[in-house]
Design a protein around this ligand. Structure first.
Ligand code: ADP
Ligand code: MG
Length: 290
């Protein structure tokens, strides 16, 4: 490529700088000199110079946007799909995860369940899909079930349950981590049901659990609320069962007591569709208050 002379000279250059300041394009302003030098040396064409200038600014802004969105969405521990070793989990279909990363499930308001024993990568995959969604411009919010139920219970006590539900309905993708590690607090099953029902067919969710669906009665304090939850959460759902062992303990498998090693989580067929009113929390209800 032949070297280009910069027609217009210093005055034009000054004006370009002022434009970049006025347009609040600090990165482009910073890169201007270098890009012009490459243009003068004939290393790039005028078109490529414009491309580089705008590209620099957009990259900066995208980086900032993603960083802010990850923070707002509570995705503070970053996990990626490239950082996931699929060879460690042969039961997991890589293509299936990569299809999920295309995010059609988010736009179709579907629910993705990651089931498996502690350490098998459920949270990693959930976060990695959340990061993909943020990069693609979708709004995401990550929380554990205990946090969500706790915040709903607090809001209920303070008379702001509606607002809290609305807040949790806003993100296009809600990630609910750690279903089943602890049973929810009394009344928590009903509060979570209200959220699930409000998001049903309106927003996507990713749920992670170390318990099979048949055990949700224990987790949520009753089979009535559990089957109402599963009714919604299995209707438009993708269930990804990870059969493999803990990645955390991969070098220490022999140290784990036999009786705590992996048992496959049995997945019963989805609950039949039942419409109707959500189950009410009643003090006398043996289901919700055993
Ligand atoms: P779970 O949520 O199923 O209990 P995590 O997703 O928290 O497990 O995984 C435990 C740790 O091991 C995390 O640091 C995670 O990044 C890592 N990890 C799990 N599985 C893999 C894998 N297949 N490849 C790379 N890292 C993994
Ligand atoms: Mg986890």
């Amino acid at each position: 490529m032949s070297a280009a002379t910069l027609d217009g000279g210093p005055a034009t250059l000054d004006r370009i700088r002022q434009y970049l300041v006025g347009l609040k394009m600090p990165r482009a302003l910073e890169a201007l000199e270098h890009i012009l030098r490459r243009l003068e040396r004939g290393e790039i064409s005028a078109l490529e110079a414009i491309d580089a200038l705008l590209g620099e600014e957009l990259t900066l802004r995208e980086g900032r946007r993603v960083k802010a969105a990850l923070k707002i969405g509570r995705l503070t521990t970053i996990k990626t799909l490239t950082g996931f070793d699929f060879s460690f989990q042969p039961s997991l279909d890589r293509d299936r995860i990569m299809t999920l990363a295309q995010l059609d499930f988010v736009d179709r308001h579907e629910v993705v369940h990651f089931l498996g024993q502690p350490g098998c990568g459920k949270t990693h995959l959930a976060i990695a899909l959340g990061v993909e969604a943020v990069k693609a411009g979708r709004s995401v919010y990550f929380a554990t079930l205990a946090d969500i139920v706790g915040s709903l219970a607090k809001a209920e006590r303070e008379g702001t349950l509606r607002e809290r539900l609305r807040f949790l309905c806003r993100p296009q993708l809600l990630i609910v981590d750690e279903i089943g590690y602890l049973p929810v607090i009394a009344g928590g099953g009903n509060l979570f049901f209200q959220l699930v029902n409000a998001r049903y067919e309106r927003g996507a969710m990713i749920l992670t659990s170390n318990r099979g669906f048949s055990e949700w009665g224990d987790v949520f304090g009753g089979t009535v609320v559990a089957s109402a939850l599963l009714d919604r959460l299995l209707h438009h759902a993708v269930v990804v069962q990870i059969e493999g062992a803990s990645y955390r303990l991969r070098r220490h498998a022999e140290l784990i007591p036999e009786n705590t090693r992996i048992r496959p989580i049995t997945t019963p067929p989805p609950a039949p569709r039942r419409r109707g009113r959500p189950p009410k929390a009643r003090p006398a209800d043996p289901e919700t208050n055993p």
